[in-house]
Design a protein around this ligand. Structure first.
Ligand code: FAD
Ligand code: N01
Length: 553
């Protein structure tokens, strides 16, 4: 074993380099220490927390119940931490990440304010050399990328953006000192999850808010609320069982069913009767369900997610509900999504989004009717109008899933660059490894369930699988592990096959899952839609079968 990480030297020999100190990198470090390995974690930010360190925009919060969107690996940790809301806001989640760092004494092996710019595999001694923007070199046997799926903000190529003289912010890189927006003219571009969370809060804080919308969104109410102490207690009493159910579930989220007793299986072993689909109801029945439960009612019907006919009906009922919520019929019409199906993008949830457009200090600019021409020194020029702004917020998303990996010069065997290998889209085995890049692991990499699930559950599964794998390699004296070309081929085919027929890959769908938010990025569906539980089982089987599909040299 190498000595413990000495991060102030210019060449640092460790067993493992981990890149990123979000929830993935933090837990990875903890597990590596348990294996007796020396490690350094390299993080661009000044503190831990990743997503929750960078995304400090007003309104930022998680959309998975916090009792479930939290680590399960330590019983003491999950018993002692107190969440205050059903779905916590960014400051509380960041505080939690900091608490974990302190509790497990993680910071002493984390190098902050340092960006990894290159990682090179040396075939002579099977070591990775990891280079940083501060000129340091770290040599390690294993390199683990915990760089996050949504960690590279996308700044679109808007003509004149550099000329804007006001304050310019991206939701994914929000300043640590909260900007004062009182009485200011604020504009926001983007109405995805970040924009939809920020808009109601910005409207309350700003003098005037102008929302520049290119694609209307299908958003549903978050129904967030304070977390009742008795609910938290009930969770804590049954945490072991609840966590286990999360792990084997499709998404890692139990939601309202978490505290319910599991439904007994039918005594005769027959499958449970399927719930009716939207197409099984009469038009009057459908209308009644939407009238009673609002625009989120479509979630009750499985056929909406697979059957274009059911989806089209749900979309129309959804639009009808928007018209009930938004007073101005022209604004309501502009907010109605029409050119892509429900459930093709990540579900967006909100708190008072549609109602915000009834405020006197909010204006919606529909960029499909009035295209954005340029950013000027004073604001935004759209077709037929100049809109003056003091502050411009970009809620324009991320170069997702591959962005952080491709920004590092990762060179595997024969000096091949990872981003060249992935020019037609990412190709991995299980989202964990890439052929030709031995001893390199990607946590929640493309080809794994990652962003289609409660990401902390996905992270824990990957971290534990990788830790077990390193233990196996050490125990059996193996120098390297990498997947075979055939295993990658088969896994990529499987990832595509299970996505087939879902709304995610509908021809009229454009989403960051498909890379289509980034100019020039290959249109490939990147996450694995087969479900977290099934995926975990496959990963475990592969390990139990002697790491089937991998070469252990
Ligand atoms: P990250 O948290 O992204 O951390 C990666 C870290 O790597 C970053 O700190 C980054 O600075 C660092 N890094 C990257 N490249 C380099 C480099 N070259 N050198 C040095 N450091 C580098 N998921 C859910 O399941 N539920 C939610 O409710 C949810 N809400 C979200 C809300 C927002 C606003 C966003 C953006 C994402 C949300 N996600 C949610 C997804 C979220 O990203 C994950 O849940 C999780 O936090 C990811 O953790 P991570 O450690 O894998 O990556
Ligand atoms: O990014 P997005 P996001 N001109 O890509 C628009 C997680 N998250 O940061 O759709 C004008 O979804 C773009 O328009 P269009 C979650 O996984 C979770 O909002 O391309 N507009 C779109 O409206 C989420 O899915 C939470 O036409 C431009 C928006 O910008 C992921 O992060 C909260 C434009 C980008 O939407 C990303 O969400 C926040 C241009 N040139 C984030 N370029 C939770 O609630 C882009 N847009 C848990």
């Amino acid at each position: 074993m190498a000595d413990a990480a000495t991060v102030d030297q210019s060449v640092n020999d460790v067993d493992v380099v981990v890149v990123g100190a979000g929830f993935a990198g933090m837990y990875m470090l903890h597990r590596l220490r348990e294996l007796g390995l020396s490690a350094v974690v390299i993080e661009a930010g000044t503190d831990v927390g990743g997503t929750w360190y960078w995304n400090r925009y007003p309104g930022a919060r998680c959309d998975v119940p916090s009792m479930e969107y939290s680590y399960s690996f330590s019983e003491e940790l999950q018993q002692e931490w107190q969440w205050t809301e059903l779905m916590s806001a960014q400051p509380e989640i960041l505080e939690y990440a900091r608490h974990v760092a302190d509790r497990f004494d993680l910071r002493r092996d984390i190098l902050f304010e340092t960006k990894v710019i290159a990682a090179d595999f040396d075939e002579d001694d099977n070591r990775w050399t990891v280079t940083t923007d501060t000129g340091q070199c770290h040599r390690a046997r294993w390199c683990i990328m915990a760089t996050g799926c949504l960690s590279v903000p996308n700044v679109p190529n808007l003509p004149g953006l550099e000329r804007f003289e006001g304050e310019l912010y991206h939701t994914g890189d929000w300043p640590k000192v909260e900007p004062n927006l009182t009485a200011k003219r604020v504009g926001i571009i983007g109405t995805g999850s970040s924009g939809v969370q920020a808009i109601p809060v910005l409207a309350q804080r700003a003098g005037h808010l102008t929302v520049f919308q290119r694609s209307p969104v299908y958003t549903i109410p978050a129904n967030n609320k304070p977390l009742r102490p008795e609910t938290a207690e009930a969770f804590k009493e049954r945490y072991g069982e609840i966590r286990q159910r999360q792990r084997v579930s499709v998404t890692g989220i139990l939601g309202p069913t978490a505290l319910r007793e599991p439904r007994p299986k039918p005594a005769d072993g027959a499958p449970r009767a399927a719930r009716p689909g939207l197409l099984d109801l009469t038009p009057e029945e459908r209308q009644a369900v939407f009238d009673e439960h609002g625009h989120g009612a479509f979630q009750r019907f499985a056929d909406v997610y697979r059957d274009p006919a059911a989806n089209a009906i749900a979309c129309e009922l959804f639009r009808q509900q928007i018209r009930k919520l938004v007073h101005d019929p022209l604004v309501a019409e502009a907010l109605e999504p029409r050119d892509y199906p429900l459930a093709c993008k990540r579900q967006v949830i909100d708190t008072g989004y549609y109602e915000t457009f009834n405020r006197d200090n909010v204006t919606l600019v529909d960029l499909r009717r009035q295209p954005l021409l340029e950013i000027t020194a004073q604001g935004v020029r759209v077709d037929g109008e100049d809109i003056e702004l003091d502050v411009l917020v970009l809620a324009t998303g991320f170069d997702a899933m591959t962005g952080a990996l491709e920004r590092i010069d990762i060179r595997g065997r024969d000096g091949v660059l990872l981003r060249d290998r992935w020019v037609g889209g990412p190709r991995t085995y299980l989202g964990l490894q890439v052929e030709g890049f031995p001893n390199l692991f990607t946590i929640t990499g493309p080809g794994s369930p990652s962003v289609l699930s409660n990401v902390i559950v996905a992270i824990e599964q990957h971290v534990e699988w990788i830790a077990d794998c390193l233990g196996h390699l050490m125990e059996h004296g193996r120098a390297t592990i990498e997947p075979t070309e055939g295993a990658v081929e088969q896994w990529v085919a499987h990832v595509n096959e299970v996505a087939e027929g879902t709304m995610y890959v509908a021809p009229d769908c454009n989403s960051w899952y498909l890379g289509s938010n980034i100019e020039g990025k290959a249109r490939v569906f990147m996450p694995y839609v087969g479900g977290l539980g099934r995926y975990r089982q496959r990963c475990d089987e592969i390990a139990a079968n002697g790491y089937e599909g991998f070469v252990l040299a």
